[in-house]
Design a protein around this ligand. Structure first.
Ligand SMILES: [Fe+2]
Ligand SMILES: [Fe+2]
Length: 154
């Protein structure tokens, strides 16, 4: 089994997370577009602040509480995922060098999501009991509404 192996079918209980990942990847694309169109950093930052507060923060919390908790603390994948969450949180909160933090978010959120989709979620699906998967689904199912008036990426 390696990172290049065929992706496993996503268990229905994790599909809500995968849908949110889609919006996360879209956020990275919007930042790229913003840079390409020379959009003022302040405009992009307002959107990324909103996205973090409204969606990403609770997404991270739910992953940590219901998924990562199924893995032992010394598990390498769990350690990596937690470390990336903390790093991304710092980047979203950064107000000192927004140009740098937005570029790093664009790069690292993308990588983080791909790591979860290709590796970590497969691992979780493998070890979780049907009951645990059920719980993940029950605890995390609010729909994601990605509406923002200032669509600087268009
Ligand atoms: Fe995550
Ligand atoms: Fe995630």
């Amino acid at each position: 089994m390696n990172a290049k192996s065929k992706p496993q079918k996503r268990h229905p209980s994790l599909q809500q997370f995968s849908r949110e990942h889609h919006f996360g990847l879209l956020l990275c694309w919007k930042i790229r577009e913003g840079f390409r169109r020379n959009i003022e950093l302040e405009r992009m930052k307002k959107y990324t602040d909103w996205f973090f507060q409204t969606h990403l923060k609770s997404h991270f919390e739910a992953e940590e509480e219901f998924m990562f908790s199924l893995l032992p603390d010394d598990d390498k994948l769990k350690k990596r995922a937690l470390k990336e969450h903390r790093k991304l949180e710092r980047l979203f909160h950064d107000t000192i060098d927004v140009n740098r933090s937005l570029s790093l978010i664009e790069e690292q959120l993308d990588e983080h999501i791909r790591f979860e989709e290709r590796i970590l979620f497969n691992e979780i699906q493998k070890i979780a009991t049907e009951e645990q998967l059920q719980k993940i689904e029950e605890m995390h199912q609010e729909p994601l509404i990605d509406e923002w008036e200032d669509e600087f990426w268009k």
